[in-house]
Ligand binder design. Structure first.
Ligand code: CDP
Length: 223
């Protein structure tokens, strides 16, 4: 019988992690865990409660009072804030503007990381985020750090937003991505870093299929 491994995929904003991780999990018959979606739902809760974003204590308390969880419906992962399916509502420019501040608070991270580790306990998991290989799953069997040029990332994210009927310019998308990367990389708690034992994959000139195939090949070497 083949071994069920744990795969951690990290990287900067819009580097293609989520799409790749989802398709890879499907191909392997594994569970996909989108940790960014959890921080996005936490940010939505903070926005709705109108908590001042720079008040770490109030933000942490607000997040603790809300139940954020991921649920597999059919073969699609949905994100819930309490009883509400917020899967689509969490991918807006409004959330992108403040999410990196919310995600920088250790009290918020502790709550999310606890759940993420519990979800991956039985193996057979592909998890993507910023701190998966470094903090959440330091013993993951395969760690991938995905990168891409800022131009490629901004173009891809603009396309996704346009498909979701969000009106925004390429320049705004680029600024938002650069801003999030700066905050995510320089925060004190669990910053975005390439784990020492991670394999780097530059996806600037790759198609989604190529990205998935490369990581699938790496996974097969271990299974
Ligand atoms: O898809 P994209 O790369 O734009 O973002 P995401 O993966 O949904 O993550 C959104 C934000 O959540 C990031 O910019 C981080 O601030 C935060 N995040 C984090 O701090 N740790 C994670 N494991 C995942 C996301």
């Amino acid at each position: 019988m083949s071994k069920k491994i744990t795969i951690a995929i990290d990287g900067p904003a819009a580097s293609g992690k989520s799409t790749t991780a989802r398709l890879l999990a499907k191909k392997l018959g594994y569970l996909y865990i989108d940790t960014g979606a959890m921080y996005r739902a936490a940010t939505l809760a903070v926005l709705r409660a109108a908590v001042p974003v720079d008040d770490a204590g109030a933000v942490e308390e607000c997040v603790a009072q809300n139940h954020i969880h991921l649920e597999l419906i059919g073969d699609t992962q949905h994100t819930f804030l309490n009883e509400e399916d917020v899967s689509e509502r969490i991918r807006t420019p409004e959330i992108n503007r403040i999410i990196s501040i919310i995600a920088s608070y250790s009290g918020v991270r502790v709550q999310m990381v606890q759940q993420q580790r519990a979800l991956s306990r039985s193996g057979g998991v592909v998890m993507d985020g910023r701190d998966i290989g470094s903090v959440v799953l330091p013993d993951a069997d395969l760690k991938v750090f995905m990168v891409a040029s800022i131009e490629a990332r901004a173009r891809r994210r603009l396309k996704e937003l346009e498909e979701a009927q969000v009106s925004i310019s390429l320049e705004e998308v680029r600024r938002e991505i650069e801003n999030r990367d700066r905050i995510d990389s320089t925060r004190t708690h669990a910053p975005l870093v390439k784990a020492k034992d991670a394999r780097e994959l530059d996806t600037s000139a790759l198609s989604i299929e190529q990205q998935v195939d490369i990581i699938y090949g790496w996974a097969q070497e271990l299974i």
